[in-house]
Design a protein around this ligand. Structure first.
Ligand SMILES: *Cc1c(COP(=O)(O)O)cnc(C)c1O
Length: 361
């Protein structure tokens, strides 16, 4: 077996312990004589998997009782529509546009009502988070929307926006479970799990109960109503059962690691190693305003497209893979999610040092 260090932004690296455990249960899940992939989603065994996954997530995030946890399909993209369909009661919502994912959510919301772009960092290719302490929040806005960690650009909201009393909706796809979170500050937190939690094919939405109502926009398909999924405990239709099982294993792994406080310390240590190198490097540099740097996605460049390409190629040959930046921004990006061990980041920094020595003129 030969494993690489996988710096992909998503689908992304998973904890080896989790993969090995899943492999050991592939043919016979705990005496059922079948794989979880072959199991009815209404079986006792699966009910146990689902309920434990939810409880472990609640423990990890400290989710209060008045929030529901929903396991949904359709990726973050479906949420871009589901959010306005369910929450845009006045047909007005404010969006803070800090990258392509926020922009896509904003454009989607504009289909259903008046979406206001109340702040953006597009003027500097989304390399920073705008000051959100005193924004022109619309009096009739149903919610304020952010993308908390901008996967493509490597920025993170280290302070949540002042929503002036409005409900905060946050896409946490690429920082989910990377550090402790105060759930009570949000009306809805959601994210695709394929970045920092599990395999592709699912979104987890943590939503305050009073926001789950029958009162959705006219024409909202049944399947797009949060209430349908909440009332059915995420079993309205066949869920992505195997993904729930894998995420459940990751939750147990996170608990065993010591929970989100410990993960935050680990993630800070990993990110510091890389950022400190970038700040001192004569060849590489980070592309994000320091105060807004993400712990999860670290973009960097050499300043030469040719050299960037050479670096990505050489790194791949050395077993450091998926370092190419997003197709819209170029350069490099190292995604160093929870499951990326410190050794992986050390190996990357060592490789960058060596590359710098060989190429610096
Ligand atoms: C990847 C990503 C998305 C898109 O997720 P899909 O599951 O592919 O729809 C949305 N938001 C953020 C922050 C992401 O990183």
């Amino acid at each position: 077996m030969s494993r690489v260090y996988n710096f992909s932004a998503g689908p992304a690296v998973l904890p080896e312990e989790v993969l090995l455990e899943a492999a050991s249960e592939m043919m016979d899940y705990r005496g059922t004589g079948m794989s979880v992939m072959e199991m009815s989603h209404r079986s006792k065994a699966f009910e146990g998997i689902l309920n434990e996954a939810e409880q472990d997530l609640r423990d990890l995030m400290g989710i209060p009782d008045n929030y529901k946890v929903l396991f949904l399909q359709g990726g973050a993209h479906l949420q871009f529509a589901m959010i306005p369909m369910n929450l845009m009661k006045n047909r007005v919502a404010d969006y803070i546009v800090t990258g392509q994912w926020a922009k896509k959510a904003y454009n989607e919301a504009a289909i259903y009502g008046k979406a206001n772009k109340i702040a953006t960092s597009e003027d500097e290719t989304f390399s920073y988070i705008p000051d959100c302490s005193d924004l022109p929040v619309s009096p009739e806005a149903d919610y304020v929307y952010i993308c908390e960690n901008n996967t493509i650009y490597g920025t993170k909201f280290h302070t949540l926006p002042n929503t002036k009393g409005k409900i905060l909706v946050s896409d946490v796809s690429s920082c989910f479970l990377s550090e402790p979170v105060d759930v009570t500050k949000y009306g809805l937190i959601y994210g695709g799990v394929q970045k920092n939690i599990g395999p592709a094919g699912m979104v987890i939405a943590v939503i305050r109960e009073d926001l789950i109502t029958e009162d959705t926009l006219p024409g909202t398909p049944t399947y797009m109503k949060y209430k349908i999924h909440a009332d059915a405990n995420s079993l309205y239709n066949t869920p992505n059962a195997y993904c729930i099982y894998m995420c459940g294993k990751v939750f147990k792994w996170l608990k065993k690691m010591g929970g989100l406080e410990v993960m935050k310390e680990r993630n800070e240590k990993k990110a510091a190693l890389l950022y400190e190198f970038l700040d001192e490097s004569r060849l590489f540099r980070g592309t994000v305003r320091k105060a807004d740097r993400s712990l999860m996605n670290v973009p960097f460049v050499t300043g030469s497209k040719e050299l960037d390409a050479d670096f990505v190629k050489a790194a791949t040959e050395a077993g450091l893979v998926n370092l190419k930046g997003h197709r819209s921004v170029g350069g490099m990006r190292a995604s160093i999610y929870n499951a990326m061990p410190l050794e992986g980041v050390k190996a990357l920094v060592e490789f960058m040092k060596k590359f710098e020595e060989e190429h610096h003129v």
